[in-house]
Design a protein around this ligand. Structure first.
Ligand code: PMP
Length: 391
């Protein structure tokens, strides 16, 4: 029963493992955009498993690919040739612009960002990193050090060499939507807090955990130029914003018109499978190859088969078009809601990576903490229900 599960979890799982509800929802099944609890009650999964389920729960193509591969071979190691990983690397990098043609498969977003930072440091011979306040790149030691939100940090030393730049947040930032003005802070930071040379600048192209915060217009082009002048490479964390989630562009960085040197991806890449990747140029990739480097599970045949099916499903099911269409419609309806409710301070995001920010009032923009935590914000739930039914 649910009570038994709850008790087992409380006793045997680390209490840090979070759940969001006072009376936790138990989920036992998922199909397309819906989740079901143990009583058969259906929920619309607007969170998509922390922005992970990119083609729908238990997508038949993904299931079949995993099942077929499971029967054939679950695991060996990358020391042997296997068709899945090689084909997958080609199919994934075919979807990347420019010279981003070399993949390294790992198991989580944190691992992908760790590896990207390592490659950037090895390639440039520099150490300092510039990250954004309010960013989230993972919870490993390096990525926790890059964290731009104290609520996710633990009081241990981590993140040597990480510098945090002003967040180019169009809603809360001092310069509104003027990206190049925020970028000047990166120039200052490089000049004042580093030796003038950096290894990398890393940013999500829409901040996910930080609250669906898009970067101010023109920010990334200006920063990428400064960072390259300072000998650094640019890392785009596409863990949430990749794979068509933002609509008409496959990658979030394309919305800012930039070409990163390293791209990290996880979550939507595997529709829930433990799969992640770092994709970069042949030149940067080589920097890692002067010594041994291995990931035991990364690129295992089952996850690669699933990842290939996800790419296929995104194309064949028209997920990008759907994200643009449904996301555009939802955003319009949320903006209408904002007109009617003072508690909604901002509606933002692109495609199906949307967020609303709740505030005490639109002038002070003071966070409406209690209202946001309220689980039965009826007006919101009803309005979303109506909007979706009308679609
Ligand atoms: N980058 C971003 C943008 C993320 O949202 C997350 C996870 N929320 C991560 C990295 C870390 O991914 P993981 O939890 O798979 O380590």
């Amino acid at each position: 029963s649910k009570e038994e599960v709850r008790s087992l979890r409380q006793t045997f799982l680390n209490p840090a493992i979070m759940h969001h509800f006072k009376d936790p929802v138990m989920i036992v099944e998922g199909k397309q955009q819906y989740l079901y609890d143990e009583t058969g009650r259906r929920f619309l999964d607007a969170f998509a498993g922390i922005v992970t389920v990119s083609v729908g729960h238990c997508h038949p193509k993904v299931l079949k690919a995993i099942e077929d591969q499971n029967k054939l071979l679950q695991h060996t190691t990358t020391i042997y040739l296997n068709p899945q990983i090689a084909q997958y690397a080609k199919e994934l990098t075919d979807r990347m612009p420019g010279n981003l043609k070399v993949a390294y498969f790992v198991n989580s977003g944190s691992e992908a960002n760790d590896l990207a930072v390592l490659m950037a440091r090895l390639h440039t011979g520099n150490y300092d990193l510039v990250a954004l306040r309010n960013c989230y790149h993972g919870l490993s030691e390096t990525t926790m050090g890059m964290m731009g939100n104290s609520g996710w940090k633990q009081p241990v030393p981590c993140g040597m060499g990480v510098r945090h730049a002003l967040n180019p947040d169009p809603y809360r930032g001092a310069f509104g939507n003027d990206g190049p003005r925020y970028a000047e802070d990166v120039r200052d930071l490089i000049q004042s807090a580093t030796c003038g040379q950096v290894a990398a600048f890393c940013a999500e192209t829409i901040q996910g955990v930080g609250g669906a915060v898009p970067l101010a217009d023109g920010y990334l082009p200006a920063v990428y130029e400064m960072v390259r002048e300072a000998g650094g490479v640019t890392i785009a964390d596409e863990v949430q914003s990749g794979f068509g989630r933002t609509g008409s562009n496959y990658w979030g960085f394309q919305n800012q018109g930039v070409q990163p040197d390293i791209v990290t991806m996880a979550k939507g890449i595997g529709n829930g499978l433990p799969l992640a990747a770092v994709v970069t140029t042949p030149e940067i990739a080589r920097s890692l190859a002067t010594r041994s480097h291995l990931n035991t599970f990364g690129g295992n045949p089952v996850c690669c088969a699933g990842g290939r099916a996800v790419l296929q499903a995104i194309d064949e099911d028209g997920c990008q078009d759907n994200s643009a269409k449904v996301g555009g419609y939802m955003k319009g309806r949320l903006e209408e809601l904002k007109q009617r409710h003072d508690v909604i301070g901002d509606v933002r995001g692109l495609g199906l990576m949307l967020g609303i920010e709740m505030v005490k009032d639109c002038t002070s923009k003071a966070p409406a903490v209690a209202e946001t935590a309220q689980q039965d914000a009826d007006f919101l739930v009803d309005a979303l229900d109506t909007a979706l039914c009308e679609l």
